[in-house]
Design a protein around this ligand. Structure first.
Ligand SMILES: [Cu+2]
Length: 627
């Protein structure tokens, strides 16, 4: 049965595309930049019951590549176009189809071929060309009002070779995405030679032969979760899985059954932006400041997962569907993986009599993986039996490379093979967490520990207290992590008190975070202004979806969280959205080469005064006796 937050299906996408074509909004120069489910208002979703009529509306972001303008069309799958809104000044994201055409144009460009020939390369088809948005100033002489990409280059010495081992330095093209015209061929003098050390990683190239004995995950009675469409029930949890062309994997309506009472924790959780600022001034690196979510549409690059490799055990997959720039609809089979994992022990105690109680921890995992050029990002959401939720990003794939002079000092890159440089960069994620603790309204509280002043409350010098401060407005809620005070933030419902009279809540537990190295005045600093706080909080607005704004591609900056929060709106006792910025500062290691072992970053949400005791106590002892 279809439900309000189900992702758009193949047939729904096809209907919407046909409607747009019939109305003259799609076709020829008119392209489809993004096709998303327009989620109904929260009240409507909450009020909807099975057997109620279901309204399905798509939000189509349209790019007229001739007129150079964006419009947003809201299309009812049954009723047709409801509304078309002009988006003055907006620029569409990178469209894969246009990138492909831009790369073809580069291959056909005689200036490019001549520059390659000077480097001893006579076959353009052996050059790996990528189309990247500009993350820094567009060079003089190029019309920055056009949608532009530039091309880092690598060489493929033989089929199946790892191209990133062979960056072609000092040569770049700039292409107009809308005309596929090569506007400039930049050819530096005195660029370093191409690094030659191959970096094979395929099994048939490396002869990888370190083996372990088989490890089988057997659930002879099947998994402990049930799936009904996009709704999942596992243990005491219930949630809806979602998918979006821009954000990829989304979780909706996460609830926990607390002794027969189903309680709301989160309404919608997603990674609303992912930006990778590069910190190297080298010509082949300094423009690399990609917004993988907002400029590329992360969901477009979702992998089809394979059993036993990406996911192990009793797996249930969900397929997703997408429309491309021309309106071709495709399905990605096995795009989202759901399974259970044994996760060590949940809790244990041996008492004074020697009696042992121990519980194993099982966790439910819902995940997807994207490939955006060189990098893979796995988005993994975990639900635990103690009421915790965790998000983990798994970063893998191949670090980007540039060429340098072997052995020469470099300021902002690691030399990973002779002359092969991996520039420093950061992976900055921004989670949008629309939590509804016991339905709301919610209030944000900062907790931090501090020693008590010496005196009656601290006679021995070891006493400390925890302060609880309500962060009442948007500006007050712009905060950074502080390990020295153990700072954390909790979202509480002051209308629902627990058994000791305290408001029920969940806390955000930061994991790996980093701090942006780019100055606030830099191009990327302006465009990704959200990265200068680890925490933001806003009153929930349906049109405030992405922390760098709706249209970050070639945007001058300032949009999104920095703009909205200048109003310093009150956020006490309201429907609060938390925005958490986290990530890694990637100073590449030689051991990240040739394919980076998974690097992890993320955060957890843990109940704090939400339950009357640990929900883990209700977990039954294992039936197969421990011995
Ligand atoms: Cu990295």
């Amino acid at each position: 049965m279809r439900r309000p937050l189900d992702p758009l299906s193949v047939s729904e996408l096809e209907i919407v595309v046909a409607t747009l074509r019939a109305d003259g909004m799609l076709g020829g120069p008119r392209l489809l930049a993004m096709l998303q489910l327009e989620e109904p208002p929260k009240d409507a979703v909450r009020a909807w019951r099975p057997n109620d009529p279901l309204t399905r509306i798509a939000r189509a972001t349209l790019w007229d590549s001739a007129a150079q303008c964006v419009s947003t069309a809201f299309v009812d799958v049954s009723e047709g176009v409801l509304e078309v809104r002009a988006e003055p000044g907006a620029v569409a994201p990178v469209l894969a189809l246009q990138s492909t055409r831009a790369i073809e144009a580069v291959r056909d460009d005689e200036r490019f071929a001549a520059a390659l020939a000077l480097r001893g390369i006579d076959d353009v088809n052996r050059v790996h060309i990528e189309a990247w948005p500009f993350g820094s100033a567009v060079p003089d002489g190029i019309d920055a009002s056009r949608r532009l990409v530039w091309t880092p280059l690598w060489f493929r010495p033989e089929p199946g070779a790892n191209v990133y081992a062979h960056p072609i330095e000092g040569l770049r093209c700039i292409i107009d995405l809308d005309t596929s015209k090569v506007l400039a061929v930049e050819d530096d003098v005195d660029s370093p030679p191409m690094p030659q050390t191959p970096a094979p990683y395929r099994a048939d190239q490396t002869g990888a032969n370190v083996h372990l004995r088989d490890l089988a995950i057997i659930q002879k009675d099947g998994p402990s979760f049930t799936v009904d469409g996009w709704e999942v029930r596992w243990e005491r949890w219930r949630l809806r899985v979602g998918f979006d062309q821009r954000e990829g994997l989304v979780l909706h309506d996460v609830r926990f059954d607390d002794n027969g009472r189903e309680r709301s924790i989160a309404y919608r959780m997603s990674i609303a932006e992912l930006v990778i600022p590069y910190g190297d001034a080298a010509p082949g690196a300094q423009r690399k400041q990609a917004f993988d979510t907002g400029e590329f549409g992360l969901g477009n690059y979702t992998n089809s997962l394979t059993l036993g490799c990406d996911c192990l055990g009793e797996i249930v997959y969900l397929d997703v569907a997408l429309a491309d720039a021309e309106g071709n609809v495709r399905e990605i089979p096995q795009a989202i993986c759901m399974h259970e994992e044994d996760f060590g022990i949940l809790w244990k105690h041996t008492d004074e009599t020697g009696h042992v109680e121990v519980r194993r921890s099982r966790r439910f995992v819902v995940s997807s993986i994207v490939t955006v050029n060189n990098y893979e990002y796995g988005y993994f959401w975990y639900l635990y039996q103690d009421g915790s939720i965790e998000f983990e990003a798994k970063l893998t794939g191949i670090v980007l490379t540039t060429g340098g002079v072997p052995g020469a000092p470099v300021a902002s890159a690691t030399e990973i093979d002779p002359g092969l440089l991996a520039p420093y960069h950061q992976h900055l994620f921004c989670a949008r967490l629309d939590l509804d603790i016991d339905g709301g309204p919610n209030t944000l509280v900062e907790v931090q520990a501090a020693p008590l002043p010496e005196g009656p409350l601290n006679p021995h010098g070891a006493s400390y207290t925890a302060s609880h401060t309500v962060l009442a407005t948007e500006v007050a809620a712009q905060r950074e992590v502080d390990p020295f005070t153990g700072r954390y933030w909790k979202l509480v419902n002051r209308e629902v008190l627990n058994h000791v009279g305290a408001p029920v809540g969940y806390k955000l537990v930061p994991g790996a975070v980093t701090w942006p190295m780019a100055s606030r005045d830099s191009v990327i600093g302006k465009r990704a202004g959200f990265m200068y706080h680890h925490l933001w909080a806003t009153p929930n607005r349906r049109d405030e979806r992405y922390p760098a704004g709706e249209f970050p591609f070639q945007h001058a900056g300032g949009a999104g969280l920095p703009e909205w929060t200048t109003a310093d709106r009150p956020i006490e006792d309201t429907d609060v959205v938390l925005w958490h910025v986290f990530g890694t500062n990637h100073i590449p290691r030689v051991e990240d080469w040739p394919v980076m072992p998974v690097e992890r970053t993320g955060f957890a949400l843990k109940p704090v005064g939400f339950f009357r005791r640990s929900p883990g106590i209700d977990v039954a002892a294992p039936t197969n006796h421990c011995h």
